[in-house]
Design a protein around this ligand. Structure first.
Ligand code: SAH
Ligand code: SF4
Length: 391
């Protein structure tokens, strides 16, 4: 959290409140949208075609005004406007880091706020999105873990994060637009606030929308869902979403993982690894990403690195080392650069890619585990956090 010089910050409110009452077409699955159109009087025989037309306007062209949907009759457009809304979450603030990272504060129904982070890189642009307001889990190194869960995001709020970022990047296609490989927003990571597998259905529906070939068209290879290890939902993720999987591993013994990622007390390392072994086969994904936060003196020894290699033997994997991002009251320190390098080298020598994640947007508190929200009011005290971490 080095306080670097100029941070550009523009605060603006886009008046896109979700009006009460009318159903929102955003976030519906194709089947749900078709049923909703039938419910609004569309003849059953036409419903699939109408749904396809509306879907393409909304998710391919980024059009939200029914009047602009010119391949629908005037009367039909009027009926749609009477009955439905096309509503996205409201962007409250946008901050741009000195390194180009953009952080949006997005307000959703009930006045809750979530953060969305866009990270531009040479060969890709990644959007880090949230699945819950806060988190029920209490990983001791994670800022979100110090906040109480307020609620699950709806599928509209999840896919809406992608859509508001595309608005800001000016990336709805002109005719003959670029394919996903060269887009500014080319990748999605579910690594913001919340545990995506504790909000499975909404995350699945939103990702299906993002992947749909008649809309946003992101390849499932460019979507990565990160879980702390909700074992019973891992096979379902492979079958029903089929995206790439990342796992917050962070420790090589149950004793340490019980403290860092307390869900380990429910599903321990062995159980987790068992569930991971079949993931790449079922989902057709290439490798599983093992996320490993580097905490000084806690999980960063050579012995840890060797144990890690042993544990993941046989799983197609890459290990993503994350230098710990400190936050006020955090009970841990970041491992030194030398330590991280030595750890990475052991893993690399064993034949695994071991990239060290470069902290991005630190000057705007946009790095992993630093996201917060209005629910911060419910934050635990530093003392309480340290106690729970057994320090
Ligand atoms: N709940 C999911 C996804 C969100 S967290 C999960 O736990 O996987 C996204 C990643 O950021 C996780 O690997 C998490 O362990 C990591 N993270 C959380 N707090 C961090 C911090 N302070 N510094 C570095 N990484 C952190
Ligand atoms: Fe929740 Fe993930 Fe943070 Fe753990 S690391 S508290 S699961 S958001």
């Amino acid at each position: 959290m080095t306080a670097k010089a100029p941070i550009t910050q523009d605060v603006h409110t886009i008046p896109r409140k979700v009006p009460e009452g009318k159903p929102n077409l955003i976030g519906m699955t194709k089947g749900q949208m078709r049923d909703a159109l039938i419910g609004a009087g569309t003849p059953e025989k036409q419903a699939k075609m109408r749904m396809g037309q509306i879907w393409q306007w909304i998710y391919h062209w980024g059009v939200r005004d029914f009047d602009a949907m010119t391949n629908l009759s005037k009367d039909y457009r009027a009926m749609l406007a009477e009955t439905f809304v096309v509503a996205l979450p409201e962007v409250v603030t946008r901050q741009v880091s000195t390194d180009g990272t953009r952080k949006y504060l997005v307000r959703i129904a009930g006045g809750h706020e979530v953060e969305v982070v866009y990270i531009p890189e040479e060969d890709r642009g990644t959007l880090c999105i949230s699945s819950q307001v806060g988190c029920t889990l209490t990983c001791t190194f994670c800022h979100t873990g110090t906040q109480k869960l307020v609620r699950n995001l709806t599928s509209a709020e999840i896919v809406g994060q992608i859509m508001v970022a595309r608005d800001d990047l000016g990336e709805w296609p002109e005719p003959g637009a670029r394919n996903s490989e060269t887009r500014l927003l080319s990748n999605i990571v579910l690594m913001g606030m919340g545990e995506p597998l504790y909000n499975f259905e909404n995350v699945r529906d939103a990702m299906k929308i993002a992947m749909d070939p008649h809309g946003i068209q992101l390849s499932r290879r460019r979507i990565t869902l990160s879980t702390s290890g909700v074992v019973p939902e891992i096979a379902r993720t492979a079958e029903e979403i089929g995206c790439q999987l990342a796992v917050s591993f962070h420790a090589t013994t149950d004793a340490v993982r019980d403290v860092l990622v307390p869900i380990n007390k429910r599903w321990n390392i062995e159980t987790l690894l068992e569930a991971l072994r079949s993931y790449p086969k079922v989902s057709n994904s290439e490798r599983i990403t093992f996320e490993y936060v580097m905490l000084d003196g806690v999980n960063d020894s050579d012995a840890d690195a060797h144990r890690l290699i042993k544990l993941i033997e046989g799983i197609p994997a890459k290990i993503n080392l994350i230098p710990f991002n400190e936050w006020p009251g955090a009970p841990y320190k970041r491992s030194s650069n030398n330590r991280i390098r030595a750890f990475a080298e052991i893993i690399y020598q064993a034949g695994y890619a071991s990239p060290v994640r470069k902290p991005r947007g630190e000057d705007i508190m946009a790095a992993c585990g630093q996201l917060k929200s209005a629910t911060e009011r419910a934050r635990k005290s530093a003392k309480q956090i340290a106690q729970e971490a057994g320090l």
